[in-house]
Design a protein. Structure first.
Length: 316
């Protein structure tokens, strides 16, 4: 494959045009026809062959492009077939996003309180009924009170652990406020729609009506959208910021570590593979981001939760 054009529509928005020869296309067609259940339709066969050719031949071109232009891609390439002719090969385009020029402010010294969710009396009662037998529940008043206090402490300890995990995430999210500079508009928009999809899925899973949600939050539809936009961009800046932290603190994995991770690729966790250079990129960045997040948390402060839980009483 040959590179025909590389440019950026705006900093971080990478556009590539490349070509494949007729021989490369024919080799891909032959491989498709030799596989199980090859496409019978000529158009379907050609489409499958183009996909195969890209996934087997684009990797070296991509790796060279990244190296020569010192890019740090953060998304999978999105391919588009521009022209195809069996006698001449095909021409295709690809778009992917990389880290644009950004300024990283402080990345240590953040403070976040651990805020466990309140316990409800009903939750305590259900826990006692589920895990404690008649003997415990038939105790005298002092015994029943001691059991209730013990169950409450156990539940609160779990809530504190959950609160700690959420607080650590929020510490890392604070990093997003320290990452300054313009981001590619399409990358920001894509992250917003991804956040919107996740929100909709959570609402459906919990059977929550959107109008009821807005009422509880005290928001209008426009205020909700503005908040979601702000949150999505903050998360995006935080993710990019972790890669910048990894660079400053020398937290990037070695090639040997990446190779080991590639050998242990888990489709359920990491999805289907794309092409070698991109698969290695994703694993490399994931390892670096995890190390950077750990660094940020270790060099920041989690303030402890209240000593006693907040217990919401049952309505009388």
């Amino acid at each position: 494959m040959k590179l025909e054009h590389f440019g950026m529509a705006e900093p971080g928005d990478c556009r590539v045009v490349f070509t494949a020869s007729a021989q490369e296309l024919e080799e891909a067609i032959a491989a498709e026809q030799a596989g199980e259940n090859p496409p019978a339709d000529e158009e379907d066969l050609m489409a499958a062959a183009v996909n195969r050719a890209i996934l087997t031949g684009f990797s070296p071109l991509y790796a060279e492009l990244v190296e020569n232009h010192k890019l740090l891609p953060v998304t999978d390439p999105d391919f588009e077939l521009l022209a195809v002719n069996r006698a001449e090969g095909f021409r295709a385009g690809a778009q992917f996003f990389c880290v644009p020029p950004l300024e990283l402010g402080r990345y240590t010294g953040f403070v976040q309180p651990i805020q466990p969710r309140p316990l409800r009396e009903l939750t305590i009662e259900l826990e006692i009924n589920r895990f404690h037998g008649d003997e415990d529940r038939a105790a005298d008043a002092a015994g029943k009170q001691a059991l209730r206090e013990r169950v409450t402490r156990e539940l609160y300890a779990k809530r504190c652990e959950q609160g700690k995990m959420l607080a650590e995430r929020e510490l890392v999210a604070q990093l997003g406020n320290e990452v300054k500079g313009p981001l590619p508009k399409q990358l920001v928009a894509g992250n917003y729609f991804a956040e919107q999809r996740q929100f909709n899925l959570r609402m459906q899973a919990n059977n929550i009506n959107f109008d009821q949600y807005l009422k509880v939050q005290g928001q209008t539809v426009e205020e909700f959208r503005q908040q979601l936009h702000a949150d999505a961009e903050r998360k995006l800046r935080s993710r990019l910021g972790l890669l910048l932290v990894a660079g400053k603190e020398h937290l990037w994995p070695t090639e040997a570590e990446v190779a080991t991770a590639l050998a242990a690729w888990d489709v359920k966790k990491q999805g289907e593979k794309t092409f070698p250079a991109n698969d290695a990129r994703k694993l490399r960045q994931g390892m670096a981001a995890n190390r950077a997040a750990k660094f940020v948390v270790e060099h920041s402060t989690l303030t402890p939760p209240p000593a006693e839980p907040v217990v919401e009483e049952l309505p009388r």
